[in-house]
Ligand binder design. Sequence first.
Ligand SMILES: Cc1cc2nc3c(=O)[nH]c(=O)nc-3n(C[C@H](O)[C@H](O)[C@H](O)COP(=O)(O)OP(=O)(O)OC[C@H]3O[C@@H](n4cnc5c(N)ncnc54)[C@H](O)[C@@H]3O)c2cc1C
Length: 438
Amino acid sequence: MAKASGFDILIVGAGVLGAATAYWLSGLYDCTIALADSAQRPGAHTSSRNTGVIHRPYYLDPVKKRTFARTALLSRRLWESLAEAEALPWNPVGTYNVAVEDREVRTVEKYRAWGVENGMDEGEMDLLDGPGVRSREPEVRCRGALFSRTDVSVDFGAFTRSIWRRAVARGVRFLQGRELVSVRKGEEGTEALFRSGSSLSSVRCRLLVNAAGGGALKIAHSLGYARDLAALHFRGEYWVVDQPFASRVVSNIYRPPAFPQYPFLDPHFVVRADGSRQIGPNAVVVPGPYVYSGVGFTILPRFLERPMWPKARLFANSDFLSLVVGEWRSSLSKQAMCARVRMFVPALSPDLLNRRAVFGVRSSVVDRSGFIPEALLIKGESSAHIINFNSPGATGAPAYSALVVNELREAGLLDGFRPSSASASIPGWDFRAVTSQL
Ligand SMILES: Cc1cc2nc3c(=O)[nH]c(=O)nc-3n(C[C@H](O)[C@H](O)[C@H](O)COP(=O)(O)OP(=O)(O)OC[C@H]3O[C@@H](n4cnc5c(N)ncnc54)[C@H](O)[C@@H]3O)c2cc1C
């Protein structure tokens, strides 16, 4: 085993959350920080494998999803400054939330009220009837819709790599290709054991920040935290829509989910940052956070892992089970996926779907009452764990990571680290200004 190295702070997970946390910490403290990831490059997993939409918070319940809503609201302008500073794609296409059935008209009206309650300007949203939508989007059929003008299509993978570069320029050390395999509390902090190929190395730190996305709950469990929570993994699959039909739709088209308590969204028609069009994602149950191919019939061994109760209760629910089966069907057949989008884009046909796009996996955390609506920050003696950081996590990551750092500070976990006088290296990313609005 290689000799142990030591850092003041070790962040595990170089996705958008870990990279942004490293950026804030390296600007605030004059201390040694390492950012470790099992992948060779930052943002290799969910942060690059998503729909790529900066969501405005109109569809987020202002009570149950308050933190996601607030951090999404505040982060848009931070992303915009980064995109400008680094000339990254910024495609302000807007999003229609379409009511396919009469009862969904009430949902999109409620979304408008939620948008205002969550801090959006009324002028950012238009409520339209079916003909109003059709006059703007001739391929779309619906009873009505809420149009959110300020949703933007971006490349979150490119954003992650830019923040990571800024953090590395401030002295953060990137430990690439290192998979955290075990972790334990030591005399003065935490000791982490990493595997890299066939070799093992150990890293000591005073504070471990676990931002390992789909791997985060396992790490928290190994230190004895959140043992009553379990994770379920849902793969979201996409199809590319062929031209020239694709360009006849110019904005993102979403439909409100039928069961908002579950992480099953009806597939959307989306305009990507590069202008291509895709439909997706579905939500196929798979055995782990990085299972990007195959259908999830091998889930049983994972299902039997402890704690089993939260999962068992869900799988005993007939609504949940029928949704799981529906999603498997849409994984096996593009006709099934297409049929769901044809409910609002009727001219879309399976012949226009000839290429699968990049898939991503959402790891949703459940307790005995079902899916947990927000991300959780668990603070230990010398470690902190962010779990369930799901959509719209990429949208809200700049402000959410600032909130994490602020909470670590208030909990005394950053006491003893010398303050730094580094100025914001991304224009507009001012820690105090962001946290004062949270
Ligand atoms: C299909 C899909 C579509 C989505 N669409 C959107 C969207 O349009 N807009 C939006 O705002 N959000 C969206 N999201 C959510 C968003 O992508 C996530 O909330 C966000 O990317 C999570 O970032 P993260 O840094 O926590 O996770 P990740 O990007 O997964 O990063 C975690 C990192 O931890 C590393 N890691 C894990 N375990 C270990 C270990 N043991 N040792 C070392 N490293 C480890 C992994 O390699 C990984 O790089 C979507 C998610 C999915 C799945």
